[in-house]
Design a binder for this molecule. Structure first.
Ligand code: AMP
Length: 221
């Protein structure tokens, strides 16, 4: 099963993707996390994308698609029974490349879930968001802080604000979302695979809503 989560930064896509893959045999493919990991490891790719990430601009499509292909090959080799995409595709070119990659495997996207969220909630989430620099676990300084200040509950790593959670970068990413990513809902809607979930609800309720959407496939697998 292949699921695409679409929503602006701060809509909770990453958290929901984590929750879904924990119970289904799916791989989380978060291009943002993959790029941050490359950067933290100081690889050539990481150095190439560092400035782009900080500015909130998009990494070129060929680079992004190549990193996703790498993960799909792991699924081909039996690492999982599909994937939840978080932060990919972000524009029409990436969406078409994903369709081609899945169709060459005799597969296709089963569900596209849009997580809708009010701007007020979004700003609150983003300004308080903190992320583990080692495993990527997401916290919020008010609503979901780690048990020990700035230490990750999951892996003991250092928890910090993301380098690209600055007001300028947030603004840039939100406008890219509105211009390039949100229109993908039209691209997918004619296939009848798009659902909408209210992202202003508590995380648990969002999770239940997404699970109801993918339920039939869960039962069948
Ligand atoms: P995210 O964690 O999804 O907010 O992504 C963080 C940053 O990584 C973005 O602001 C982009 O610079 C880059 N990025 C992540 N996913 C993509 C993508 N699908 N296409 C291009 N750039 C991406």
């Amino acid at each position: 099963m292949y699921i695409v989560l679409i929503g602006p930064q701060g809509s909770g896509k990453g958290t929901q993707a984590d929750r879904l893959v924990a119970s289904l045999d799916l791989m989380k493919i978060s291009t943002g996390e993959l790029f941050r990991a490359e950067r933290a490891a100081g690889t050539e790719l990481g150095n190439l994308v560092a400035g782009i990430l900080d500015a909130g601009e998009l990494v070129p499509d060929d680079v992004t698609i190549a990193i996703v292909e790498g993960r799909l090959k792991e699924i081909d080799a039996g690492a999982a029974h599909g994937a939840v995409f978080d932060g990919f595709p972000r524009n029409r070119g990436q969406a078409e490349a994903l369709d081609a990659a899945l169709s060459s495997r005799g597969s296709s996207i089963d569900h596209v879930v849009e997580i809708d969220i009010s701007e007020e909630k979004l700003i609150h989430r983003l300004s308080g968001r903190r992320v583990c620099t080692v495993c990527g676990a997401v916290y919020h300084i008010e609503t979901a802080p780690p048990a020990v200040d700035m230490i990750c509950d999951r892996c003991g790593g250092h928890v910090a604000q993301r380098a690209d959670d600055t007001p300028e970068s947030i603004h840039r990413r939100l406008s890219i979302f509105a211009e390039l990513t949100k229109p993908l809902l039209d691209y997918y809607s004619e296939r009848g695979i798009v659902s909408h979930v209210d992202g202003d609800q508590p995380m648990q309720s969002v999770e239940h809503a997404i699970r109801r959407i993918v339920q039939s496939e869960v039962g069948a697998s």
